[in-house]
Design a protein around this ligand. Structure first.
Ligand code: SF4
Length: 595
């Protein structure tokens, strides 16, 4: 990383989130137990202690709630700002994060697919998929098991079946392992990256730290402007999550933006350059075939994927089949040798409600299923990208077809937007689709920010996009019955019913905004303990009335139904006592103390 870039990176946002502290669960790992008989690389340790991060939310009633945490070291207490907002200590971005995986046991290469007798299946590779198929529970799988509160054997089985991926390039040892699969917590991706017209390296590093603070499970660096390599280097060395890219963008920069100048060699060199740097997963638009391009001719919005339109332009210019499709087996060997995961791109995804689930989209999906089988044969991990823009009644069909045609490889979708009519609110239109598609089985959701279709998102947009997508992912996890998801909702509900306002802020996905909204009308300290807020006011607070019923029941040794009946009888007696009239002068009620 060069010094001119360093001098431009000043302050990043660090320190704990409201009333939270970073905790690490120490999980012992022993290769002899987790992978009996497996061969380790020469010099590899045989045991280690995995430090699995959680965010501990401390509650005012003495309890705490541990939640999944993707924020890396940046939310540790040592990096907290002072009261004036300055930061006495910050992580050393030039040194980068600790290279975690290097102190873990490292397994030797194994057959890509021990059940296959093809030459590809017999090739020796070092990927999570191959290790899982060979019965090995890697440190990454054990780490994930602790993080997800799931058995390590389940993690291994899902990876072995191709239903889940662990994106971890050997050259990105800084990343905390994360699993993408429908049996696990739904993940969200945050796109960052400069463009030819705006943003700097400093802003992109800060956006990465900022996005992981608000829950991004993976980051995609979609830079298309200058300094693509340098920007990515800074992000990678400081990124605690897997990082994805679209290599086509950098390849296109190399030919000065002219798709007809692209060649397989230029593309391949770009892929290798990014594999060497440590990119964990790559969007590869190998399913955009020459014969599919005419299927888009009558679309309302044509081809909206940047990678898809570049490949379509190349295919038409030469009237040749896509060089990505033609050279796919070689791509598999390259990605498998670094354990980089394929994110098979949906270059023909619909860009409008009118084009959803059309022939072009589904033809490409079919091809992605064919490519998935080839990649698996080579031991490479795969996930499948999905749309885009889809009305609600057509969303579930996308998951059903993807699982059927792509053999249950994890689905990774952009939204989808459930309507096209709300630019500036597309984080919401897309979160509607995202919640539905995640409940149906999508494993990772690519966020959409309010700036979608309008401009490059800034820092605030990144936060809004992340929080909005955490809502969609969490709502799906509740529907999927994940116990960790329910626990957080229950903690929030109890805090709400007991008027523990600070705990409600702390348990919120965005504590700062929750507190700001509350304090806008009731900023005084006593309001943090009040049994109402400004929405209904003290007299009409249904929570308070309901709680009073419960307190009344407890005091009188009754259950809630009896309490309601007793309370009703009491009120009826009062009604009788003031003459049984519906309209009674206030003064009379005051006189009998029944107001
Ligand atoms: S006043 Fe209304 S919104 Fe506020 S806590 Fe009570 S019931 Fe909820």
């Amino acid at each position: 990383m060069n010094n001119s870039a360093r001098s431009s990176i000043s302050t990043i946002t660090t320190g704990p989130i409201y009333r939270s502290e970073k905790h690490y669960l120490d999980v012992p790992y022993d290769a002899a137990e987790s992978a009996p008989g497996a061969t380790l690389l020469a010099g590899s340790p045989t045991t280690c202690t995995l430090r699995v991060p959680v965010r501990r939310i401390n509650l005012t009633n003495g309890e705490h709630c541990d939640v999944y945490d993707t924020s890396g070291i940046y939310t540790e207490t040592q990096y907290a700002p002072t009261e004036d907002g300055s930061y006495p200590f910050q992580p050393d971005l030039e040194a980068g994060l600790e290279r975690l995986h290097e102190s873990w046991p490292q397994f030797a290469a194994v057959p890509a697919d021990p059940t296959s007798d093809t030459p590809e299946g017999q090739k020796l590779v070092r990927t999570q998929l191959a290790w899982a198929r060979n019965g090995i529970i890697t440190p990454q799988m054990a780490f994930i098991a602790a993080r997800e509160n799931m058995p390590a054997e389940l993690v291994r089985e899902e990876v072995a079946a191709g239903r889940a991926v662990i994106c971890c390039n050997h050259n990105h040892p800084e990343a905390e392992p994360c699993i993408i699969g429908k049996r696990f917590a739904t993940k969200i991706n945050s796109n960052i990256g400069n463009s030819a017209v705006t943003s700097s390296i400093a802003e992109e590093v800060e956006k990465m730290v900022w996005a992981t603070r608000w829950g991004a499970d993976t980051i995609m660096d979609l830079s298309t402007g200058k300094d693509i390599h340098e920007t990515r280097e800074w992000i990678l060395r400081n990124c605690p999550t897997p990082l994805g890219t679209v290599p086509m963008y950098q390849a296109l920069e190399k030919v000065k933006g002219d798709p007809t100048k692209l060649t397989w060699e230029i593309y391949k060199d770009t892929v290798i350059e990014q594999c060497e740097q440590g990119v964990d997963y790559m969007t590869i638009h190998a399913g955009v075939l020459l014969q599919y391009v005419p299927l888009t001719a009558n679309r309302v919005t044509g081809i909206v994927s940047r990678g898809g339109s570049i490949m379509a332009a190349w295919c038409l210019a030469y009237h040749k089949q896509s060089f990505l499709y033609e050279n796919f087996a070689e791509l598999c060997d390259i990605l498998a040798s670094y354990d980089v995961t394929f994110s098979l791109g949906d270059g023909l995804r619909p860009g409008s409600i009118a084009d959803a689930n059309d022939k072009a989209q589904l033809a490409e999906l079919h091809t992605l299923g064919e490519l998935t089988k080839i990649a698996w044969e080579h031991g490479a991990q795969v996930m499948i990208e999905g749309p885009g823009h889809v009305p609600m009644h057509k969303i579930v069909e996308n998951v059903t077809l993807e699982e059927d045609w792509c053999h249950e490889a994890p689905f990774y979708t952009l939204g989808p937007l459930a309507t096209d009519i709300a630019p500036a609110y597309d984080h919401i239109t897309s979160a509607i689709g995202a919640a539905i598609i995640a409940q149906a089985g999508t494993a990772m959701l690519c966020y959409v920010t309010p700036k979608e279709h309008l401009g490059l998102p800034n820092r605030d947009d990144v936060k809004v996009g992340c929080v909005t997508y955490k809502i969609a992912a969490h709502a799906a996890d509740l529907a999927k019955g994940l116990p960790n998801a329910q626990a957080r909702d229950d903690a929030m509900s109890r805090a709400r019913f007991e008027f523990r306002w600070r705990d409600q802020f702390a348990l919120a996905l965005d504590p700062d905004t929750a507190q700001d909204y509350h304090d806008e009308t009731l900023p005084a300290e006593p309001a943090k303990h009040a049994h109402f807020c400004s929405m209904c006011g003290p007299k009409f607070c249904s929570m308070r009335i309901s709680k009073d019923v419960q307190d009344y029941a407890r005091e009188h040794g009754l259950d809630s139904e009896e309490a309601i009946a007793a309370g009703m009888a009491e009120k009826a007696a009062q009604f009788e006592a003031v003459g049984g009239e519906v309209y009674v002068p206030v003064e009379e009620l005051q006189a009998t103390n029944t107001l």
